[in-house]
Design a protein around this ligand. Structure first.
Ligand code: ZN
Length: 332
């Protein structure tokens, strides 16, 4: 059974491919970009903001000059004339944020001649697969947060680093995206994990683990699938913007589950040496720090006929541990 998370991702992919196709087939296609703002997968608040940005209706310096308002027409950060496209794209600060952003395609800010050109580019770009956001969702959140931090600097003299602005944009985009998967839809309701019958001995086992580097906020994720029909296979992935070891362990588990689904595994025993995580999963608990990831795991559980989460002591999890450490080592 497909899960909400999964169908949403393939929907994004299809949408992205369709847009590329549209462009390839119709190089001269003319689209009313301002109207298309309403199709971006983001909150209503951000759509209204983008609409205003495209109408040049944001109160930036340029507008102060047009309306003879005696406020600075210069950017508070770089002293250039402050236009909407400067604020959202070409300001050195905004360039840094776009450069850091985990996007599937990097944004060439030098190609952005005006706000409309910028929107044309950003609305088609999804995040990197690991972040799991479709075309426009993260980029719209970045634009919105660039506006928010600009206002905080201009009016409250509070400054945020490009990294802080980006982290907030990613967090808000993910929260919005996950909230679109209705938790009260009965089809998507998490199964009662504890009530699943214990898997028999011929059920595949999956060992998951993570290695975390606090100083760079990165994690290596590792998992081993001991399939009953074939020999065991090991897998790894990496993640950025990882806040804690528990966050890393939960990411590893989510990533491992999607990998098992890709392999067509329908019954699974998942083993982890994170006692906190296993306890949360088995009590269907909530924890703010990993709330979104836990939701994903509950949703992904729907894809299995039988699934069980079990704690194992670290010494029995050495294979997944070493795969995770190797992945982190390559990143650091
Ligand atoms: Zn500037």
């Amino acid at each position: 059974m497909a899960t909400g998370d999964y169908s949403a991702k393939s929907g994004y992919k299809a949408q992205f491919e369709l847009l590329l196709f549209e462009e390839a087939e119709n190089p001269t296609i003319s689209i009313d970009w301002s109207a298309n703002v309403w199709d971006i997968k983001t909150s209503e608040k951000i759509k209204v903001f983008l609409w205003n940005a495209l109408q040049d209706a944001l109160p930036v310096g340029e507008q102060f000059a047009v309306r003879n308002i005696p406020l600075s027409i210069r950017c508070s950060r770089c002293n250039e004339e402050e236009t909407v496209s400067h604020l959202l794209f070409t300001c050195p600060y905004s360039r840094k944020v776009w450069k850091l952003a985990p996007l599937a395609t990097s944004i060439d800010v030098d190609r952005v001649k005006n706000t409309s050109a910028g929107m044309k580019i950003i609305r088609r770009i999804p995040s990197l697969p690991l972040v799991g956001l479709g075309p426009g969702t993260l980029t719209a959140s970045i634009c919105w947060n660039l506006w928010i931090v600009r206002n905080q600097l201009t009016f409250q003299k509070r400054d945020f680093s490009p990294e802080e602005t980006l982290s907030k944009a990613i967090r808000e985009a993910r929260e919005w995206s996950l909230a679109q998967i209705s938790p009260i839809n009965p089809k998507l309701r998490p199964p009662s994990i504890n009530q699943d019958p214990p898997p028999s001995t011929d059920v595949p086992c999956m060992y998951t683990d993570a290695a975390w580097n606090a100083s760079i906020g990165c994690a290596g994720l590792g998992w081993i699938i001991d399939d009953t029909t074939s020999s065991s296979s090991s897998y790894s992935a990496t993640a950025i913007f990882v806040k804690s070891p528990l966050f890393a362990e939960t990411l590893a588990m989510r990533r491992a589950m999607t990998s098992a689904i890709d392999k067509g595994i329908t019954s699974l025993l998942i083993l982890s040496d994170s006692q906190i995580l296993i306890k949360l999963l088995n009590t269907r608990g909530r924890k703010l720090e990993i709330a979104g990831l836990l939701n994903d795991i509950y949703l992904l559980s729907n894809a299995f006929n039988a699934i069980q989460f079990k704690f194992i002591p670290t010494e029995y999890n050495d294979r997944a541990d070493s795969v995770a450490k190797q992945a982190l080592y390559i990143m650091s």
